[in-house]
Design a protein around this ligand. Structure first.
Ligand code: NAD
Length: 322
């Protein structure tokens, strides 16, 4: 096996190896030097740029890896994304420099699906508000919304959309999906009905986003989209914050057009604490925690490590994006 002792690898996900110390041990044994994220957050473009010189491999979290950052990549062979989304990587700039980009599809799908369902139920039954009120000595009577008999709309039916649908089967709800790359027959094999986007948007009592951020999907959930949603519906976003026009969502939530929203992701992370969405009682927020479970961290960690080392050894990685 090719000796990688001349290689330096940058690792930025702070959870890498947190649940399985063998990940760090195996990487450190394989290569000459490992540099870990000096902060407790994803890195900015400037921070990536400062750390990249001399690095051959890069196991990447949610850092901004734009063209300017990649200009400092003087030895880089591979960016192994620890996760699925590659929207923060300038893929064209990576391709132009001959840098292979990999990701870990499906590794976190079950965990994100579990959080999605948790958020749906938390919204439907006002769990955070009920918890706070009960602990404060009150005994309020909330009228919740049952999932049973309702329509759940999934926009995007890839790994996470499918895992969410699978877990929803036990709730006896009707599941609709829109995904341009999925045929209606395929959706049917998952006991899910495929429908055009406008129908999913108009019919869903719970509308959940599971599509990637691309130039075509950025800002897709705008005022017009929200006006076409069923009055009193809930919106759940565990995909990417930039899919939503925040001002339009605030308006839809304050006017009562939407009953509530649950957001795991934001256009800017962490969001400004004064952000109006954080002030609304009908909004539940979590800190981009969809993939933060023991199982997802291990699967993303082993997937990213395997593909990073494969490219450094001149082998074919399992999940190449570019
Ligand atoms: P995936 O690639 O398996 O599935 C994405 C699906 O979206 C694909 O089937 C694709 O055809 C579909 N799609 C693309 N454009 C669409 C459009 N305009 N309308 C409807 N569908 C469209 O990805 P996945 O693993 O299911 O992840 C989905 C997204 O979730 C990722 O891109 C990522 O941004 C986000 N994510 C968030 C977390 C988190 O921690 N909250 C974790 C993992 C992934």
């Amino acid at each position: 096996m090719k000796d990688l002792k001349h290689c330096r690898v940058l690792v930025t996900p702070t959870s890498f190896g947190k649940h399985d110390p063998r990940l760090r041990a195996e990487l450190e044994a394989a290569v000459g030097e490992v540099i870990y994220n000096p902060t407790d957050q994803p890195l900015s473009s400037d921070e990536v740029r400062a750390l990249l010189p001399g690095c051959h491999g890069y196991i990447a979290g949610l850092d901004v890896i734009d063209r300017a950052a990649l200009e400092a990549a003087d030895a880089l062979k591979v960016i192994a994304r620890y996760g699925v989304g590659v929207d923060r990587i300038d893929l064209e700039a990576a391709r132009a420099r001959g840098i292979v980009v990999t990701n870990t599809p499906s590794a976190n799908a079950a965990s994100v699906a579990e959080l999605t369902i948790g958020l749906m139920i938390a919204l439907a039954r006002s769990i955070p508000t009920a918890d706070a009120a009960t602990k404060a000595g009150q005994w309020p009577r909330f009228t919740g919304v049952a999932l049973e008999g309702k329509t759940v709309g999934l926009i995007g039916f890839g790994s996470i959309g499918q895992q969410t649908a699978r877990r929803l089967q036990g709730f006896d709800c009707h599941i609709l999906t829109y995904d341009p790359a999925v045929a209606p027959e395929v959706a049917r094999t998952h006991q899910v009905e495929w429908a055009p986007l406008e129908e999913v948007v108009a019919q869903a009592d719970f509308l959940s986003l599971h599509l990637p951020l691309t130039p075509a999907t950025r800002g897709m959930v705008n005022a017009d989209f929200l006006a076409r949603m069923k009055p009193g519906a809930f919106l759940i976003n565990t995909a990417r914050g930039e899919l939503i026009d925040d001002d339009a969502l605030v308006e839809a939530l304050t006017s009562g057009r939407l009953r509530g929203a649950a957001l795991d992701v934001f256009s800017r992370e962490p969001p400004d604490p004064r952000h109006p969405l954080l002030k609304l009682p009908n909004v539940i927020v979590t800190p981009h925690a969809g993939a933060h479970t023991d199982a997802a961290m291990n699967a993303m960690g082993w997937g990213a490590l395997r593909d990073c080392l494969a490219v450094l050894r001149g082998e074919t990685p399992q999940h190449r994006v570019v």
